[in-house]
Design a protein around this ligand. Structure first.
Ligand code: BGC
Length: 830
């Protein structure tokens, strides 16, 4: 489902973003994988290779490289983990967890992070970054949830697509992983994830599909586990039916490290590259298969061609990957990392407005908890990035933010709980009882103006973790909060933890995810009110593990885990079972207040080309600057199969000054209303009334509106609808077009040529001439143009309509991609 979406964000965001991304004259343009020129060159190269050389290219060596063939100018391609920093090749900027990135709900920032990480990779000559992680947060126990982008496919897709584009625009290939069904670490090397076709299509594969279709990702990594009986690395449904036939993926499918289990089945299923060695993809195994006819040269050629295509498209054959002028310790990347954390921190509880702390009214702060110091920067495993700088601990950041006038005392945790990234994570029973708090500590805690407690689970690749935090942290929090109710808890984790034991006793709660090397600076700024908390939960936080959708089926038995909840993942489950979560999906408090009002719905186009635009006014009614995350859920019409109560289909993060208001436009398309009809192997939109529900969390809906879908399109009252069978309007000629993006007007003059329904032409703007291309469908006109600014390539897409054909005027919406910033435009014929 190709989706073109937009969200309204601050005009300043575009400019700030452009300013934040440094001028990058070195940015090598990549070419589309399906370009005929790329294909022709890859095929020419293929023809020069011997069979042995081809086989050689099908596997990796030295853990992080593909094989080179110097005689043909084919370099060894260097790889690195991954989504939170370029980790393999020495210290590097350690970014916050991907869960934190998801909590920002800010695709523009995801683009910026991908871009920064791409620069870090170029500084180290890395060709492939083994991310983003795109598995769905199915249960909080998954030890790798922190590497993923939340429980919702819409949120995960948009964040991943933007991140991939940012990385690849810097000349580094992204590798979407782990495809698919790797929603737990327990028995990951052998477990069979049993997932219905509908849940695969609607939930688990959706982010991968978006990565291919919208992100144009260069590579995909097959997961360790099996899906519906076959290893992902030898699964024709995943690697051929979906990836190649349905989504037209032209890049490389590689195995996870050591995740290849066969030669013939894997080659036939569509796995191109065995990583990191050639245990199965080697000449000894492959030549006899070619000899017996079980394998054809055409099969080998197909696999090799995909790798060559990526090399050509990414220009790996034409330039050095390493850019020595990019500093290894790059302040731009550090600024990006801190910005991510500053938008990611979620304020979950703020009793009696204990936060923000006002340094003036404080005499002493006591900091406790295992995660206060040393700094917690990330979870464990292959993503753990050794920071470039001495990482900032929460204790140090609080001391810095509190200033010299406030006494900050720290008490170390009474049990030896090591930082989360240190392998192996503790076993539940590896700690003795919690010793009583010494008298002096009790007295200091009692006297403190405020207590800040930094706690968290121990999360790492390769193992899951319990819902309850280890080493009696619950009991510890209860003791501390009983001594001083002005306790603020800061949790470092990739997903929810059990909180029922102490949540009612504490005054404040912040979720900091893993903050990377310097994110604790942002956490402290939020604690002291120098920044407004604006993160929103990318997962539902359950009160009890027994409330969660996977309860009873996780982690499986007899070698299989049944995803028995089907499509009811995350909030869909809590909604359909009427279970109150502890904190709902999409939830996040702020120090300021927002109002959502005046929902309007407009519709243009027909059937599958219909675009529904919901716009809503967002106002900052408080006294501080802040950012709201506007969320649009679609509640379906009755269908022949059960559907979820509602699904997130669009969102926008909106930064507003105090007293400021802005109208936000969210666009929906046919597929946003569709479900997967398993027997028919097709997507369907049943006719009927759908509800659009707009709110600031999945459980706080403030505005609703109805949208009707008919098998035959009909005009809706209150909607601007395209009349059926309208002949294409005449756009040919010159137009004055004024584009409004967040209160700023950009004038241009565009001349369109029209050939039937195909548009071409150019726009002249104060910053230069730009070619345009587009289409006319009935009364709907859409076109796009490309802009380069500050080293970033952007696409500005327009879609508008004549309210009556042959008018001298038409208007509509514009979107700046990849940031998704929206605006409006009006075109008047000259
Ligand atoms: C992980 C991958 C990672 C690879 C290379 C595997 O253990 O599952 O996510 O990219 O190692 O480090």
């Amino acid at each position: 489902m190709k989706r073109h979406r937009s969200c309204l964000a601050a005009a300043a965001a575009l400019l700030l973003l452009a300013a934040a991304v440094p001028l990058a004259a070195h940015v090598p343009p990549t070419q589309p994988l399906d370009s005929p020129a790329v294909n022709a060159r890859a095929e020419a190269l293929l023809r020069q290779l011997s069979t042995t050389e081809k086989i050689y290219l099908l596997s990796g060596y030295d853990f992080m490289f593909t094989h080179p063939i110097p005689a043909h100018g084919i370099p060894a391609l260097k790889m690195s983990d991954a989504s939170v920093g370029v980790r393999v090749w020495g210290p590097s900027t350690a970014y916050p967890a991907s869960a934190a990135l998801a909590a920002t709900w800010d695709p523009a920032l995801a683009y910026r992070e991908g871009h920064s990480l791409g620069r870090d990779a170029r500084a180290r000559g890395v060709n492939f970054v083994l991310g983003p992680g795109m598995d769905i947060v199915r249960e909080p126990q998954n030890g790798r949830n922190f590497e993923y982008l939340g429980e919702d496919p819409e949120l995960a897709s948009r964040m991943a697509v933007a991140w991939i584009r940012g990385l690849q625009d810097e000349g580094v290939a992204a590798v979407a992983k782990h495809y698919a069904g790797n929603e737990q670490e327990t028995h990951r090397g052998t477990i069979n994830s049993v997932i219905s076709r509908r849940a695969l299509e609607e939930i688990y594969l959706a982010p991968f599909r978006a990565a291919v279709e919208q992100g144009h990702v260069m590579a995909v990594m097959a997961a360790y586990n099996k899906v519906n009986g076959l290893y992902s690395s030898a699964n024709p449904y995943l690697l051929t039916t979906m990836l190649r036939r349905q989504w037209h993926f032209r890049g490389v499918a590689m195995s996870d490290w050591g995740g290849t289990h066969s030669t013939l089945p894997s080659l036939l299923a569509g796995l191109d590259l065995e990583m990191p060695t050639n245990q199965y993809y080697n000449a000894r195994a492959i030549y006899p298969l070619l000899g017996s006819g079980e394998l054809t040269m055409a099969n080998i050629n197909r696999h090799v061609l995909r790798l060559l295509r990526v090399m050509v498209a990414m220009r790996f054959l034409d330039r050095a990957q390493k850019i020595a002028s990019i500093p290894l310790i790059d302040p731009t990347s550090a600024a990006t990392a801190e910005q991510v954390e500053s938008e990611a921190v979620v304020l979950l509880k703020n009793r009696d407005a204990i936060l923000p702390l006002r340094a003036a009214g404080l005499h002493s702060i006591v900091v406790v908890g295992p995660d206060a110091t040393p700094a917690v920067t990330g979870g464990g495993g292959s993503s753990f990035t050794t920071p470039n700088i001495a990482p900032v601990s929460l204790l140090a950041a609080v001391r810095q933010a509190a200033g010299p006038g406030v006494r900050v005392t720290y008490f170390s945790y009474p049990l030896p709980l090591r930082p989360p990234h240190m392998w192996p994570p503790p076993k539940a029973n590896s700690f003795g009882p919690l010793p009583p708090l010494p008298e002096a500590q009790q007295a200091a805690i009692r006297r403190a103006s405020v207590v800040i407690a930094a706690v968290g689970p121990r999360e790492s690749e390769g193992v899951d973790r319990p819902f309850r935090m280890p080493a009696h942290q619950d009991q510890y929090l209860r003791q501390v909060a009983a001594l001083n109710s002005r306790t603020v808890v800061v949790i470092y984790a990739g997903a929810g933890v059990a909180m029922s034991a102490w949540i009612h006793q504490v005054a404040g709660l912040l979720y900091a995810w893993y903050p990377g090397e310097n994110g604790n600076t942002a956490v402290a700024k939020i604690l002291f009110g120098r920044l407004d908390p604006s993160g929103h939960l990318p997962d539902t936080f359950a009160q009890h593990w027994s409330d969660a959708p996977a309860f009873g089926h996780y982690p499986g038995h007899d070698g299989a885990v049944h995803f028995a909840e089907g499509i009811d993942v995350g909030y869909r489950w809590f909604d359909s079972k009427h279970i109150a979560p502890l904190f709902p999906f999409g939830f996040g408090l702020s120090y300021t207040a927002f109002r959502l009002s005046g929902l309007r719905v407009a519709s243009s186009g027909q059937g599958r080309h219909r675009v529904i635009t919901a716009s809503v006014r967002v106002s900052n009614t408080g006294r501080r600057a802040g950012a709201e995350v506007v969320q649009l859920y679609v509640r379906p019409a009755p269908a022949p199969v059960p559907r979820t109560f509602q699904q997130l289909r669009a969102f926008a993060r909106v930064a507003l000054a105090p007293g400021q208001s802005r109208r936000v436009a969210l666009h929906l398309h046919w597929n946003d209303f569709a479900y997967y009809d398993t027997p028919a192997h097709a997507w369907r939109v049943p006719a009927g009334d759908y509800q659009l529900a707009v709110g600031d969390s999945s459980r706080h809906i403030l505005q609703t509106a109805a949208v009707h879908w008919n098998p035959v399109e009909r005009v809706q009252a209150g909607m601007v609808a395209a009349a059926a069978n309208v002949p294409p309007v005449q756009v040919a000629g010159a137009w004055n077009i004024v584009t409004q993006v967040m209160g700023t007007s950009y004038p241009s003059t565009c001349s369109f040529q029209q050939n039937g329904d195909v548009l071409s032409g150019q726009c002249s703007t104060p910053s230069g001439e730009r070619p345009i291309q587009g289409r006319v469908r009935g009364a709907v006109v859409s076109w796009s143009t490309h802009v380069a600014q500050g080293g970033m390539k952007m696409t500005v897409a327009y879609s508008g309509q004549f309210t009556a054909p042959h008018q001298r005027r038409f208007q509509g919406a514009t979107t700046v991609l990849p940031m998704g910033i929206s605006g409006t435009f009006t075109a008047v014929r000259q």
